[in-house]
Design a binder for this molecule. Structure first.
Ligand code: R5P
Length: 301
């Protein structure tokens, strides 16, 4: 029984201090419930308002991708530098240390492999399992203009509904088919559809012309997709342009884990995203850290 004898008198109500009401820091997320906001604050750094999400979910449709052959060896050392991690539940349960305290964005759609029509996805997880894994968000591919466009949009809306019930936000991932034009007009269409139909944040590719119109017309945060491997200097420049033009960070995979020095690269991307470090300076940082990383590897051998 609690000790209720000799309770101290209450007295200090700070009557001269108005109650604080601080708006939630993320675009379009002000009206979400506490649990949703708390989860989003594990995906996006509340201090910078942006994220360096490390995407390693490629295996869900293409198997052991270059750089992801051994997630325990190649990816686990990068985790301290990631604001959030995007992965499948298989890799999460088998390989990601449970002490990883940042946000996990769980791949929630799948079905076809690279041998088949990729837009023919379905939801590939029950929201109860996502809650059990304590993930910060769920990610679903949306194929606007693709063969199974409507099915993929319905996957997203169903996931949004289930996620809202459990307090788990949804990331809509705009997937571009092989023959589709990657321009600002297309990405305005795709990202806006995702946001209008309930996605809490959207992943999309960077375009040189008009990317700021994509971020401006989307009422929820946009994270820039990394895409195929570029030279480190070019990847850092693309990330810098994206955040300068309104992206709330990046969701990058191959441009980090296929780099010659992944630990150096994720830190350089972090400096660009969180501190808005200029690309040239970030590239110098990458070079310095790369030398340390390679020296460290030689010592370990
Ligand atoms: C793409 O839509 C999938 O989510 C990928 O598996 C992954 O996230 C892509 O990352 P990146 O293009 O940066 O390697």
């Amino acid at each position: 029984m609690p000790d209720v004898d000799d309770l101290k008198d209450t007295k200090n109500y700070h009557l001269d201090v108005p109650a604080k009401h601080e708006p939630f820091f993320l675009k379009g997320a002000g009206a979400l419930d506490w649990g949703m906001q708390n989860r989003l604050a594990r995906v996006f750094n509340p201090a910078s308002g942006r994220t360096v999400m490390l995407a390693i979910d490629h295996g869900y449709f293409q198997g052991p991708t270059a750089g992801l052959e051994r997630v325990d060896v190649n990816i686990v050392p990068l985790l301290p530098h990631a604001t959030a991690l995007m992965c499948t539940r298989g890799i999460l349960r088998t390989t990601v240390p449970a002490a990883f305290a940042n946000g996990v964005v769980l791949r929630a759609s799948g079905g076809p492999s690279i041998l088949k029509e990729l837009s023919n996805e379905q939801l590939a997880i029950d929201v109860d399992d996502a809650a059990r894994l304590n993930v910060a968000a769920m990610a679903v591919q949306v194929f606007i203009g693709g063969e199974f466009e409507t099915q993929s949009v319905h996957n997203m809306t169903r996931l949004v509904d289930q996620g809202i019930r459990a307090g788990i936000p949804t990331l809509g991932v705009t997937a571009v088919g092989k023959n589709m034009t990657r321009d600002a007009r297309y990405f305005r269409l795709a990202t806006r559809i995702c946001a209008e139909l309930g996605a809490h944040f959207v992943k999309t590719y960077y375009v040189e012309e008009g990317f700021e119109t994509v971020t401006a017309s989307c009422p929820v945060p946009i994270v820039m997709a990394g895409g195929k491997k570029l030279a480190e200097r070019d990847a850092l420049t693309m990330a810098y342009r994206a955040v300068s033009e309104g992206a709330a960070g990046v969701d990058m995979g191959r441009n980090i884990f296929q780099s010659e020095a992944p630990v150096a690269m994720i830190q350089a991307v972090g400096a660009v995203v969180h501190q808005l470090m200029k690309p040239e300076q970030a590239y110098d940082l990458y070079q310095t850290l790369r030398r340390d990383e390679q020296r460290g590897r030689r010592v370990a051998v």
